[in-house]
Design a protein around this ligand. Sequence first.
Ligand SMILES: NC(=O)c1ccc[n+]([C@@H]2O[C@H](COP(=O)([O-])OP(=O)(O)OC[C@H]3O[C@@H](n4cnc5c(N)ncnc54)[C@H](O)[C@@H]3O)[C@@H](O)[C@H]2O)c1
Length: 122
Amino acid sequence: MHARFTQGLASYQSKSIFHPDSHTISYTTLSRFPPVKLLAASERKRILVTGGAGFVGSHLVDRLMLLGHEVTVIDNFFTGSKTTISHWIGHPNFEIVRHDVVEPFMIECDREGSQYCQSQVF
Ligand SMILES: NC(=O)c1ccc[n+]([C@@H]2O[C@H](COP(=O)([O-])OP(=O)(O)OC[C@H]3O[C@@H](n4cnc5c(N)ncnc54)[C@H](O)[C@@H]3O)[C@@H](O)[C@H]2O)c1
């Protein structure tokens, strides 16, 4: 899964260091992300991906991010996992919200992408 990011995956993920003396843990988030296309503001879309942490959704997220769009993921993580999109967490073009889509959610966006309309961007 996400083969293009598995090489050197460590550079895209956060690291944790356990300090046994104080019994605490510190996290380091590396700021290197997969390179995304630089789009003009007029071309860049704000896109909402429901179920974006799932198998199909996370590949849709990868495609949209690499194309240079701003992507918001809504997922309740029932079957999906943050690990499928962890390589984008912290990127300025990326947001993630834990939410169940059966409940109302207000957000401004240009397009809504779900597992049912990925054919429009692939
Ligand atoms: N995987 C495939 O090859 C494939 C092929 C054709 C069709 N499909 C269909 O596409 C859909 C998605 O498949 P998938 O493999 O990505 O499944 P998945 O379980 O990996 O992804 C679904 C995502 O939606 C999230 N989700 C579920 N209910 C939610 C809710 N109420 N609110 C917010 N988030 C919610 C889950 O947590 C998960 O992240 C399914 O309907 C599946 O039948 C999948």
